[in-house]
Ligand binder design. Structure first.
Ligand code: ATP
Ligand code: MG
Length: 274
């Protein structure tokens, strides 16, 4: 069954890769802002206790009234905890280090991998896209993300061990698909921090295309210092310097994702007319 029919609401996508520092948060924040620039209603869920997506959206993770941890525990709803990213033009469900306690607390709970999914149900029709920035682990938190999502977007760097790491992630996605969430699809792989002058990167990029075919997004995000500078100004790169190469790539990625959703004929919710 298709997960994005009128009865289901927003597209819910995890931005995931268990490898650290590969550009998940940069992709989540900039994709959220790129989709907002396309007039989509977007919620960005920060599923990482590091709170980088929260800070990069211009929300002070240490000053928030409520956070995702309380939502997972069932103490508050997403409606109470979400905040506006004024710089990005989207909503954020913030996190901070408190969330690291969730791994332990959730283990004791009923339906521990479905806590986020149930929380999302209350706001599913408020948005066109709900993006989930996953931590660099295959933990219970990430499992909550994958159980909630209809798709996974994998940012990756074209480095030597990249393909090996991907097979672990793809196997996890298959296991979640089989055991927990039959709506989960691999939406695509996004090549990020790309430097076309490096022969190895070109080679790995070609291998990824060969192996994953049309699951590889056409857009390639270059290594660009403006994207790295933006979080310290509390704004997405696509807002901080919209003419930079990095910003242009993420804006194009937003357009490519919207086109792909349309082309693949996934039925859209009454709100999500992409
Ligand atoms: P973690 O696994 O810790 O959550 P991550 O996968 O979310 O990390 P990011 O935090 O997005 O990765 O990126 C890691 C670092 O690389 C950050 O300092 C970020 O600013 C920088 N970075 C990400 N993408 C680019 C890019 N295209 N060009 C230059 N720097 C980038
Ligand atoms: Mg991150």
């Amino acid at each position: 069954m298709n997960s994005n029919n009128a009865a289901m609401g927003a597209y819910v996508f995890c931005i995931a890769n268990q490898k650290g520092g590969v550009g998940k948060t940069t992709t989540a924040v900039n994709l959220a802002a790129a989709l907002a620039a396309l007039k989509k209603d977007v919620l960005l869920i920060d599923l990482d206790p590091q709170g980088n997506a929260t800070m990069g959206s211009g929300v002070d993770k240490n000053a928030v009234e409520h956070n995702l941890y309380e939502v997972l525990l069932g103490e508050v709803s997403i409606k109470d905890a979400r905040l506006r990213s004024e710089t990005g033009g989207y909503d954020v469900l913030p996190s901070n280090r408190e969330l690291s306690g969730a791994e332990i607390d959730l283990v004791q709970m009923d339906q521990r991998e479905a806590r986020l999914k149930h929380a999302i149900d209350s706001v599913r029709f408020d948005y066109d896209f709900i993006l989930i920035d996953c931590p660099p682990t295959l933990s219970l938190l990430t499992l909550n993300g994958l159980a909630s999502a209809s798709g996974v977007i994998i940012p990756m760097q074209c480095e030597y061990f990249a393909l090996e790491g991907l097979s672990d992630l793809v196997n996890t996605i298959k296991r979640v698909y089989t055991n927990i969430n039959p709506n989960l699809q691999l939406i695509g792989l996004l090549r990020v921090m790309f430097d076309s002058r490096v022969t190895l990167q070109q080679q790995v990029s070609a291998q990824v295309e060969e192996h994953f075919g049309d699951r590889v997004f056409k857009t390639v995000v270059p290594r660009n210092v403006r994207l790295a500078e933006a979080p310290s100004h509390g704004m997405p790169g696509v807002v901080y310097d919209k003419n930079s190469r990095g910003a242009k790539a993420y804006l194009e990625f937003g357009r490519e994702l919207v086109r792909r959703m349309r082309r693949e004929g996934l039925k859209l919710s009454s709100r999500a007319r992409v």
